[in-house]
Design a binder for this molecule. Sequence first.
Ligand code: SUG
Length: 417
Amino acid sequence: MKAVEINFDGIIGPSHNYAGLSLGNLASSNNAGNVSEPRAAALQGVEKMRHNLRLGLAQGVLLPHPRPDRAWLERLGTTVEEASDALRAAAFSASAMWAANAATVSPAPDTADGRCHLTPANLRTMPHRSHEWPATLAQLRLAFADEAHFAVHPPVPGTFGDEGAANHMRLCSSHGEAAVEIFVYGKSGGPFPARQHVEASRAIARTHGLDPARTLFVAQSEDAIAAGAFHNDVVAVANENVLLVHEQAFEEREAVYAEIRRLLPEVEIVEVPASAVSLADAIRSYLFNAQLVTLPEGGMALILPSEARETPSVWRWLETMVAGNGPIRKLFVVDVRQSMANGGGPACLRLRVVADPATVDPRFMVDEAKLDAIAAVIAAHWPERIAPEDLKRPALWAQAEAARAALLDTLGLGELT
Ligand code: SUG
């Protein structure tokens, strides 16, 4: 078989809750203190995967991390019983579900040694995300253990924040060649943190062996970050030769577009003007956090969250776009409301890897039967609800741990415990 795009979705973990941990992520802040529904959340994620499988797309999974993260609390000199509320919430977050932040991936045709390179994100800007990388690295080392085809790196060290694929885009010809890798970093986010540091992006480009002549480092606009676009994938999405982008996504938009056109003349830049969709509506609806996919029968489609259909300016613009003669011809809507309420849309939930599925550990690949088995574990073990005060309950910690263990057991991945 040949290399295809595989979407690895993060299975939404049993500890999914609304603790309001992400400054600059408006959904996370606005929903702080609400009661979450982990079981419904995880089943919504499974249905999204099922939807994409039925479109003929290749699908994989990444697993929830151990929560509460007792090892991390121990390194901080505390325990889940004794930790402050803030540390306990950080140790209990299910944020590893947003697999777009798991790693940056450079497909084999782009790298000097002809292997697909992966670097887990250090996510150092947010405490609740900063302890994800060891469990991510462990999974990547298993899933992509075939060293003839993959190279898995440790995360970028030091103070340079790296948020993974959420701040990375790849454009290429419709045959998958002549790729341009684009790293989007933040300089300032006004009142909010700029989470991706340019030095992290540069380090990844070097260690992945990318061609400097075909690698761009692009500043995200301060306006976008200040409006709540804490990651680039909230204002732009790329697939093959198509870039769908909000007018205010980049600091120097004209120069960026010119450079992309010079490197990839067949690029189609579909820009959404601020006059049609404001930054506020883009962020509210997560229009750009759609999965932009190439369908097996040809043509591209957007897999959008329901919130996009419910935002009048956005839906009007999308309907006009698909009626035109552009490259994006179909719209599909999926319900991932539980994740959306923490600022994670369809694209946040997946990590794209271009590879021959036969080279990936099969335990991380799914078909409908395996999704049925995953859904059954979720239905049997995931908590129905988590209220803020539940985070202090030992019974909930035990349930979250047992639920994850049951899933690992079902998938034959017991060595991840
Ligand atoms: O890092 N939310 C995540 C959402 C990540 C979305 N990913 C992409 N855009 N690729 C974040 O801000 C909220 C957790 C909480 O508040 O409990 C959170 O971490």
